[in-house]
Design a protein around this ligand. Structure first.
Ligand code: ACO
Length: 335
């Protein structure tokens, strides 16, 4: 298992940003929408099982690229940095605007960056932001790049089957961004550890299996999920990976100021925090207002907590996520 002990430099989070689509959709809105199809649901069911009250759905003009760009622009403003200072762009997404080129390329174009910095997408579904952070961290630690734009951006609303009430109520759209930069030599802050895993034995339990062939979509273009199996796997794997990331960072749960879990379901989030022995007041939870935004959920929650002043410089933050694949991971950061 790689560690971050023998690196030349340290990567730290310099700034964050986020974007939520204009259209906020309440549970009651979904009750009405599904009623038109003679499908029953209720705010009480959705809220009790998931902790979700609202999610946002992107309008046609709010493409994945647009949302990613807006989040990036906010992060650049917070850093007081010009787009031209970015020397790598990584976008974590499973809902890109096009088959290719990737969203990261379009973001470079929209930001007007002319420095030919590399730009690529990472497709690791709900764990995508942790995967992208891990990649960015290593590029900074080995001296390849100094300022990396890491974005999670998703339009899962486009993959929802509104005839499947078990999945369509869960997901929302949005984007979050972080600028990872080389820390100066006297700074202690930075990414302390990142741990990634994949177990493909769960490959069919959470998927959208459509592909394009001869100009037509073949297979199901919707999210398919075996909810209870995902739930059980999630709670076990998240505790394991969080403890691994803490060990690699030479920290214990007592050292953690904030937990930022992937915002899939409040019961999974609370279950993991309890297993880790973390006070629920130390958990950043945005799932009630954002729903599950897949790779965007952690950077969205991070940006909310940075902007409202909860996360302060020098505090230790544990991030963890699990998603389709199954893939999962965790990072420990001194902010
Ligand atoms: N409204 C009302 N009733 C519903 C709804 C709904 N929206 N959805 C399902 N039900 C019904 C079911 O039909 C079932 O009825 P029945 O008992 O008459 O058959 C009953 O509620 C219970 O259904 P379950 O599927 O057993 O409900 P469960 O308690 O497992 O909750 C849920 C479902 C919320 C999906 C849960 O399993 C879950 O959160 N799973 C994990 C999801 C997750 O974390 N995903 C993360 C990764 S996402 C990614 O990677 C893209």
């Amino acid at each position: 298992m790689p560690t971050h002990n023998n690196h030349q430099y340290t990567a730290h989070i310099l700034a964050t940003g986020s974007y939520l689509p204009r259209n906020q959709v309440s549970n009651q809105d979904l009750v009405s929408l599904l009623a038109e199809k003679n499908i029953e649901t209720s705010h009480e069911w959705i809220y009790a099982r998931t902790g979700i009250s609202f999610r946002h759905y992107a309008n046609d003009d709010e493409t994945n690229t647009y949302m990613a760009y807006m989040a990036a622009q906010q992060a650049l403003n917070m850093a007081n940095m010009s787009a031209e200072s970015i020397d790598l762009i990584i976008v974590a997404t499973s809902t890109p605007d096009h088959l290719f080129p990737g969203v990261a390329t379009s973001v470079q174009h929209k930001l007007g960056i002319k420095n030919c910095c590399p730009a690529f997408d990472v497709q690791a579904v709900c764990s995508g932001f942790i995967y992208a952070m891990s990649i960015a961290t290593q590029f900074i630690e080995n001296g390849s790049y100094e300022n990396i734009l890491v974005i999670g951006s998703e339009v899962f609303s486009r993959l929802l089957n509104f005839e499947d009430r078990t999945t369509c109520v869960l997901f929302g759209d949005g984007a979050g961004a972080a600028i990872l930069s080389r820390a100066s030599s006297n700074e202690t802050q930075g990414i302390k550890s990142c741990v990634l895993h994949t177990d493909a034995s769960g490959i069919d339990m959470l998927c959208a299996k459509a592909h394009v062939k001869n100009g037509s979509i073949v297979g199901e273009p919707f999210v398919y999920m075996e909810g209870q199996n995902v739930f059980k796997m999630a709670v076990t794997r998240l505790e394991e990976v969080a403890l691994k990331a803490l060990t690699q960072a030479n920290l214990s749960t007592h050292d953690i100021d904030w937990l930022i879990p992937h915002q899939a379901n409040i019961r999974i989030m609370q279950g993991t925090a309890k297993k880790l022995g973390l006070d629920l007041n130390k958990m950043i939870a945005t799932v009630e207002y954002h729903g599950n935004t897949s790779a965007a959920s952690i950077p969205l929650a991070l940006d909310v907590a940075v902007r409202d002043g909860r996360i302060q410089k020098g505090q230790n933050v544990l991030m963890e996520a699990v998603g389709s694949g199954f893939g999962w991971g965790a990072c420990v950061i001194e902010f």
